[in-house]
Each structure stands twice: as structure tokens, then as C-alpha cells.
Design a protein around this ligand. Structure first.
Ligand code: DUC
Ligand code: ZN
Ligand code: ZN
Length: 494
């Protein structure tokens, strides 16, 4: 009789801090044993010559997200989760929207039901754009109780931006409820002023996006977000850090003992202004915010991964195809300064929906550019792609770790495989990838989600609906520090 449902045999196991040769025995979807010469499994997967790492957690991606006009981003839960599994990611956290003037319930009816089509495990961050008493005192507590334990706020974008006082309201509510606050840090008015000036000068092409949103606007908003979080004594995570100027603000806060964490994305480690400056409106493919920076900035962001300032690398996957949404001014809500169009009918830079696809390429690009090129170790790769997301978002012990009792979410890597990234071979629904033609070394060959072989050699075996909602309960990282700058007792008013 078999000892296990599945045995992954003879691989090199890589965790957040260790590398060792071992078999992994799986029972009922969980890791039951780790050791040499384990007994037989009903099913066996040879991992000879492979690295066996925790399945990726993409803690920031936009899947089938509902826009302010009720339209839906093009990546469905079925296609987005297939793309995730193909790229070695077994869990993701995507977004429940709120549109100004609407309650949470009104903003995305049926979204949680649609998410049940996922093939990967999933959870949600709740976006807050209109923190009314009804939303903050009734809807958000109910949602946190159901396991949606993180809120996302935007300090820019016309339909999304919070004022500082609204942001404080969100921070105070999160503190009371024990939820993480994640922040898009860019200065709304500074960007608006630059957009106006650029449009008035007749500058409309996608490259102008970078001039409208220079590092300074990110640095200022990162500083302000940290200061306001310190005032309330609420932990925050700064999303999609693109540059040293913003990372330095996080490092300074961390040095002062604040609970501030930083996330970046492969686009800020590998792409640059040059990708925005392409013929035939091609630069629109690289429009995301914060904007791509000058070429040399990539290495500075890598350095902030190395020194631990940036804890997590997510995709910030957005479902905007080049043939459709990227040409549709203002469609998504992720734009600023009006739905301006150019003489050729294409949107001006400010109205191109912000965001790039990346859920499928996140791990292969990072492995190749990071591990294969010697910038980071396998252990660092594990930390920034799964372990830290699990710890910081309340999935510790269950996800992002290879230990007995954890979910058997594993990805087998062939560290020597050489591939070229081509959208034609991918599983995402979006019609382009910003990494088209990139040669990579290191490739995920088998993905196992809760003990089920979900992807083998690029073939998706997990069915739509086989993913599970991950409810996230209270956890240590979101406990306030108990210290505020001037001794003010926040708990007394919380
Ligand atoms: N920020 C996000 O987090 N996602 C999409 C666009 C954006 O600016
Ligand atoms: Zn953002
Ligand atoms: Zn995002």
C-alpha cells in the first residue's frame, strides 16, 4: 500500500533559507513528510536535476477586475489562473474594486462568484476609493471578518485617489480591525500639473507618461504615506516601488523601526524608458504606474531587493490587450487627466490604461534575470516570490513554505532550460507581453497545487473551479507597534 498520495522524488529542495536533497511526501493536499528514501506514493514525480521550490504567490494582480463603467478586464479567472500555473504560481491575491459614490456591494456584484472559476488558490485585497461611514463601519469590518484582510488605496488617478484625510480614515479603520493597508504612492496634483503642461505643448505619445510621473512624485507620496501611517501607527505595504528615491524612504522608515514593507515588480527590474519609446503606438504596451525609469534604475532596484528593503516581487498583472483596452481612452479607471485622444484616434499618454500583463512571466523572468545571472540566490528568489507574501499577508504556515503541514504547493524548476518568451506560446488572454523575445534560463516544468499536478511541461491540468478562496485571519505582522511619534494614544481613539 502506498504511504503517500504523491511523492516528489530526488529533487533539490529550496526554501527561504535552506537548500537540501530530499523527497517530499504529500497526503490530502498537504506536505506530510520531507526526507530521503520516503516510501511509495500512489503517484510519483521524478525531480532529478530539478529544483523544488514553493509555488509562487502573486500577491498583487488584477484578474477579471470590474471597471467603473461595469466593464471587466480581459483576463478571466480561468485564463489568468492557467497563466499563473504555467508560470509556477499557485496562489494569487487580486482586487475587489470600489467606485466613488458606490458601496462595496454595489461596486463589483458577483465578483466573488466569478472568482470560483480559478484553477489556482486566490484571495482578495479590497480597494477603497470612497471611505464613507457606511463603508468603513459596516462593510469593511464584515469583509475582514470573512478573511479579506488587506485594503488597497491609491494616492492618485482621477476615479481612485484618496485625500490625506480619507487615507487617515482608512489607516485608522485598518488598525482597529487588524488589516494590512497597501498603498499606490504617487502625488496626484503633481502628476495632474505635468499632464496639463505636456498636453498643452502638444506632447501626447506614450513616452510622455514617464515625464508626467517622474521619480519625485513617487518619492513624495511614499514619504507622505509612511508619515501618515506612522501618525496612526498602522503597518503598510508600499506597492510597486519603481526607483531608488522611493525605496530609500522605505529603508529610512524601516531603520526607524516602522512597520513598512516594500514591493516591486519585474517591469521595474528589467524594462525602461526605451520600452515606452516604440513605433506604431507600441510604447503603450509598457504604460504602467509608477512609470518605467531610466535604464540604470533597474540595478538600483535590484540592490534594494538584496539589502532587504523590497520584500516582495509581484506581477501587478493587468488585463489590457494592445489591440483593445490599450487603445480605449479612460476605459479602465487607471488613467488621469481626462479621456484625451490624439489626431490618429489613439489615446494620449495620460488616457492609456495603466498596467502590463505579467502573471505568467513573473517567475521565469525573475529566475533568469535574478538567479541565473547571479544577482540573487535561490533562497532570495523564494523569499521575494512566495515566502514573504505568505508572511506579510497572513498565509504563513499554509503557503510559501516547504514544511510538514503546509499546503503541497510546489514548483519544479529546470534551472538549465533555455526558452524564449513568446506570447503565442502563453496561456494568458492578453495579446502581448512586454518581454516578447526575451531569452531566459530556468523554467518551471511541473506545478503542483495542494498536491494535484496542475501543470506539466506547459500543459494545464487543473480544471477551472479547482482553486480555493484563501480566507486570511489575524496575524502578527499587522499588529501596530504601539508607538506613535509624540506619545499620542491611538488605541484610545481607535
Ligand atoms: N496600480 C496598480 O496597482 N495596478 C494597476 C495600475 C496601477 O497604477
Ligand atoms: Zn497601484
Ligand atoms: Zn495593481
Amino acid at each position: 500500500m502506498a504511504d503517500f498520495d504523491l511523492v516528489v522524488r530526488g529533487g533539490t529542495v529550496g526554501t527561504a533559507y535552506e537548500m537540501f536533497e530530499a523527497d517530499i511526501g504529500v497526503k490530502d493536499g498537504k506536505i506530510e513528510a520531507i526526507g530521503r528514501n520516503l516510501g511509495a506514493g500512489k503517484e510519483e514525480v521524478s525531480a532529478k536535476g530539478r529544483l523544488v521550490l514553493p509555488g509562487g504567490i502573486d500577491s498583487h494582480c488584477h484578474i477579471e477586475e470590474v471597471g467603473q463603467d461595469g466593464g471587466v478586464q480581459e483576463e478571466s479567472f480561468a485564463s489568468g489562473s492557467a497563466a499563473a500555473l504555467a508560470g509556477g504560481t499557485t496562489s494569487f491575491i487580486c482586487f475587489l474594486p470600489q467606485w466613488k459614490g458606490h458601496t462595496l456591494a454595489e461596486s463589483a456584484p458577483g465578483y466573488a462568484d466569478r472568482a470560483r472559476q480559478s484553477r489556482a488558490d486566490y484571495s482578495f485585497h479590497q480597494i477603497i476609493t470612497d471611505p464613507t461611514p457606511e463603508v468603513m463601519q459596516k462593510e469593511v469590518p464584515a469583509l475582514v471578518a470573512k478573511g479579506v484582510r488587506s485594503l488597497k488605496v491609491f494616492l492618485t488617478y482621477d476615479p481612485l485617489q484618496l485625500t490625506d484625510s480619507q487615507f487617515l480614515e482608512v489607516l485608522a479603520t485598518a488598525r482597529r480591525l487588524g488589516a494590512m493597508v497597501t498603498v499606490h504612492c504617487e502625488n496626484f496634483d503633481a502628476i495632474g500639473w505635468r499632464i496639463k503642461a505636456l498636453l498643452a505643448a502638444g506632447k501626447t505619445d506614450p513616452l510622455q507618461h514617464a515625464w508626467a510621473r517622474p521619480p519625485l512624485v513617487e518619492r513624495e507620496a511614499t514619504h507622505r504615506a509612511i508619515a501618515l501611517a506612522e501618525l496612526v501607527d498602522q503597518p503598510i505595504q508600499v506597492f510597486h516601488v519603481s526607483c531608488e528615491e522611493a525605496a530609500a524612504e522605505i529603508a529610512r522608515a524601516r531603520g526607524r523601526g516602522l512597520k513598512v514593507w516594500g514591493e516591486t515588480c519585474p517591469q521595474y527590474l528589467t524594462l525602461s524608458h526605451e520600452d515606452l519609446d516604440q513605433p506604431d503606438f507600441g510604447g503603450a504596451k509598457a504604460v504602467c504606474s509608477p512609470a518605467l525609469r531610466e535604464k540604470g534604475e533597474n540595478e538600483r532596484v535590484w540592490a534594494r531587493i538584496k539589502d532587504g528593503t523590497l520584500d516582495i516581487v509581484t506581477s501587478d498583472h493587468c488585463g489590457f490587450s494592445f489591440a483593445t483596452a490599450k487603445r480605449n481612452p479612460g476605459a479602465s479607471g487607471y488613467g488621469q487627466g481626462g479621456a484625451t485622444a490624439r489626431a490618429d484616434g489613439m489615446p494620449a499618454f495620460n488616457a492609456i490604461p495603466n498596467g502590463v500583463p505579467g502573471i505568467e512571466t513573473r517567475l521565469p523572468v525573475l529566475f533568469s534575470e535574478g538567479v541565473s545571472k547571479g544577482r540573487i540566490s535561490v533562497n532570495e528568489f523564494v523569499r521575494i516570490t512566495s515566502a514573504n507574501s505568505a508572511r506579510l499577508f497572513g498565509l504563513g504556515g499554509r503557503k510559501g513554505a516547504i514544511v510538514p503541514g503546509a499546503d503541497a504547493d510546489l514548483v519544479l524548476w529546470d534551472p538549465d532550460a533555455e526558452r524564449t518568451i513568446e506570447v503565442a506560446k502563453m496561456h494568458q488572454a492578453i495579446d502581448y507581453t512586454p518581454w516578447e523575445g526575451l531569452d531566459v534560463k530556468g523554467w518551471p516544468v511541473v506545478t503542483i497545487r495542494r498536491g494535484e499536478i496542475a501543470m506539466r511541461d506547459g500543459e494545464i491540468l487543473a480544471a477551472p473551479g479547482s482553486g480555493t478562496f484563501l480566507a486570511r485571519g489575524p496575524y502578527d505582522f499587522i499588529a501596530p507597534t504601539g508607538t506613535v511619534p509624540d506619545g499620542f494614544d491611538a488605541a484610545a481613539i481607535g
